[in-house]
Write a new protein. Sequence first.
Length: 283
Amino acid sequence: MVPALPSPIRLQEYGVGIFSLIPTKSALKKALKKRYITVNDMTATSATFINGGESIKLTMPKDLDQDNRLVYALEVLFEDEHLALIHKPAGILVSGNSFKTIANALNQNLKPSKLPDATIPQPVHRLDYATTGILLVGKTSSSIRALNKMFADKTVEKTYHTVTIGTMANDSGTISLAIDDKESQSDYKVIESVSSVRFGQLNWVELKPKTGRRHQLRKHLASIGHPILGDKDYGIEGLLLNGKGLYLHAFSLRFIHPFTGETFLLNDKLPKKFKKIFIQDQW
């Protein structure tokens, strides 16, 4: 039974994560298209609105109802009834059509919310496959909507740490390079630099993206001639580092908790490979 809602909302927005077999928005749309979902015993469509008080049911063919749970341990940095923050390792997608995703591993790693609109936990933003760091997750339908709105309204402050190649002329600055014909902006500040036989200089850099375009930080740094160490897509030919992954880490998130009003600033410690460079240059 749907709890009371402040205003009507489309089922294809409200229903993300309600059912374990359709944990994503794209899966929900497919289930609606195949007429697997009913609201008050009436077949639902993408035009169906939810007002509160409805009974939502999923009926799928038995051969699709399989228990194929991903077994994958995650480090939980913080968790309450509404949301969680977890560490995303490198080498795994946040979500998508693949079986091995952070989204598919959340259920086994987080405690079920006891709130009335508890749902399958869902990431509310993305990190690249090769990027490590802090990821925000909603555990209730209202939390997922509120957190998505916060990202859309740009009220979540994200800080990344990275390692760049080459001598940077400025210790800080702003990169404003359009990506896919859309305005994008990233602020950067050099924390420390070390000499490198192979790369000339390596720089420990703090980044604060002001927009959220795909591969924004990687493209922005490459555009000023200082690509991220280990970036095989936007790096400089002859200066690619193999075997150690991408040196890009989502270090912290600052936001106001949408239900408690508390100001959150949570950090995810730097990977060991970052620290090794600035203790002793190994390249």
